[in-house]
Design a protein around this ligand. Sequence first.
Ligand code: SF4
Length: 326
Amino acid sequence: MKKRKILSGMRPTGQLHIGHLVGALENWLKLQDEYQSYHLIADYHVLTTNLESESIYKDSIEMLIDWLAVGLDPDKVLFFRQSQIKEHTELFLIFSMLITSNRLERNPTLKDQVRDLNISQIIYGHLGYPVLQAADILLYKGEVVPVGEDQVPHVEITRELARKFNNQYGTVFPEPDALLTVFPRLLGTDGVSKMSKSLNNAILLSDKPEIVEQRLKKAVTDPQKLRKNDPGRPDVCVIFSYHKKFNPGEVDEIRTGCESGALGCVDCKRNCASKINSYLAPVLARRVYFEENLPKVLDILSHGETEGRKIASETMKEVRSNMLIG
Ligand code: SF4
């Protein structure tokens, strides 16, 4: 049976952390057998919020290495950069004629970003980035888009654009379905913010065991548990949330020990670091392999971009033909 096509991507922000693993990547791993998967390195998207471009290439390669290190299989998945397949920007241009600025201004994800990043003036490219995202998906005729809840409005814009184009010029595009992924969001080691490399509260997939230990040593726990014997509240402690993910077999015991005061934070953190390190050991080993075999990584990317270009070019031929412009 023909597999359905799934399209998913990330902005290259350099090395990924365990929040990405628990969020998107474990899901992508499950999906790679069931679907024909296309994974996009959305390098042009970086410019929507940051015009500095000198680290984009390096960050793209680092991110690809992390994707491969977690087990995404280049025999099953195509990887490519948005900037290297010119049809992304061509389809973006056409789609941008099919949507109003009012519709884009109503996008709730944009409103959240403007608030979170404290943006005073929205640039045109930022306003229109769901349109570029729609081009990214529909160029490959993606039928399924795995997303967290905050991205569902973007899939809705993609569906609207597919519908609008098909009605205006004849059917070329599927209306993709959002595959809603519910996953626990991991807080950073500060216990309050989303995990993020730039906030220095992240555990990177590339962190060596001793670095993971150091990061957890500094992590914020229950502020009411000052000494070992003080009773603690695991539900307000970020270390406990990591145990739930990486050490599920001991969660009950840790809860009892923490609440009674029998378990101290130093031992609890050491145990947590050891479980995270065991979990990450195969990822780290594969990462080292790919770092040492960079030409192989570049070959994988080149193959993905060659294949991606073929698909994108076919789609654009259909688009131009339906529009009677070539
Ligand atoms: S004992 Fe563990 S779960 Fe309890 S507050 Fe300390 S680190 Fe957190």
